[in-house]
Design a protein around this ligand. Structure first.
Ligand SMILES: [Zn+2]
Ligand SMILES: [Zn+2]
Length: 301
């Protein structure tokens, strides 16, 4: 089972503050990094979080507002100076290719790694062996995508005592069974389910900012283990949230409740809240399992 960790690199919105960097969240899944958004200064947060820069990596951009993309040029430049050689897959809405092309036409930083860029819409965008990534339209006034990472169900736990009892020698045959394959030994077929426990459900993480509460995000977040949701404002600025295409903490909590998300994490906190304790308390009344994200916060799974 792949080790999973969510690291909040930047949890502010629009403007950075002393406490909060611009939006970026990294999901560390085994040896791979999946990054949501890359606000300015993300590369420095990666240093604080002690995350290496030469790992297998996918970057998913929600939309083309500066607070979500301006960290890319600096990150790519530093990675190149440090000699990154592994490909990066970059996904985002229409406009992401033109943005990178215009940077690379005018700023000569000598990229040392392959960059594959995909402009995507809503729907399934990645279907890997172990997980899927699905996007949905958010409601932000401009084209904006929310993303979910949905791990596929994992084989059940391997029972070594049973395997030994069945006369299967430790080694490659065990490995095959652990991966859910049947094997043949001395003419007998042994099914993987004879030595494996029940299948274990995969983990689901949803990242949805910047957005007003909306149906498409609610349905994307259905039964999520962790929903990371826009919570730019509190109830005091509900009109402003609506006007600028953001959510209040209350609204984020209602989305979590409606979608039956197990855990809600409030993110994209406006710079006007020095301490967002009020936002947290408002959400908590609606959804018990709520966390107020702070920079460099880590959730281990
Ligand atoms: Zn934003
Ligand atoms: Zn925005």
């Amino acid at each position: 089972m792949e080790f999973l960790e969510i690291i909040f690199l930047g949890t502010g919105g629009s403007l950075p503050t002393k406490r909060r960097n611009l939006p970026s969240v990294v999901v560390k899944r085994g040896a791979e990094l999946i990054m949501f958004d890359c606000g300015e200064g993300t590369q420095k947060q990666l240093i604080y979080a002690k995350i290496g820069i030469n790992k297998k990596m996918k970057i998913l951009i929600t939309h083309m507002h500066g607070d979500h993309v301006l960290g890319l040029p600096g990150l790519f430049q530093s990675m190149s100076l440090l000699g990154r050689d592994k490909k990066i897959e970059l996904y985002g809405p229409k406009g992401i290719i033109g943005f990178i092309e215009s940077i690379e036409r005018t700023v000569k930083y000598g990229r040392t790694f392959e960059l594959e860029i995909f402009e995507v819409g809503d729907g399934e965008i990645i279907n890997d062996r172990e997980y899927k990534i699905i996007s949905a339209n958010a409601d932000h006034g401009i084209l904006c995508l929310a993303y979910s990472i949905e791990e596929k169900d994992k084989p059940g736990r391997f029972n070594p005592i049973k395997a030994k009892d069945l006369g299967i020698p430790k080694g490659p045959l065990w490995k095959k069974l652990q991966l859910g394959n049947n094997i043949k030994i001395k003419g007998n077929i042994i099914k993987s389910n004879e030595v494996l426990g029940p299948k274990r459900p995969g983990f689901k993480i949803v990242y949805a900012t910047d957005t007003k509460p909306c149906e498409s995000v609610t349905s994307l977040a259905k039964n999520a283990d962790v929903l990371i949701h826009d919570s730019t404002f509190g109830e005091d600025r509900k009109e402003k949230a609506d006007e600028y295409g953001h959510s209040t903490a209350n609204q984020a909590a209602n989305v979590a409740k409606k979608s039956n998300a197990k855990k809600l994490v409030l993110i994209h906190i406006s710079a006007i809240y020095e301490d967002a304790e009020d936002l947290f308390n408002q959400a908590l009344k609606i959804h018990k399992r709520t966390l107020l994200a702070y920079d460099l916060m880590r959730i281990k799974v």
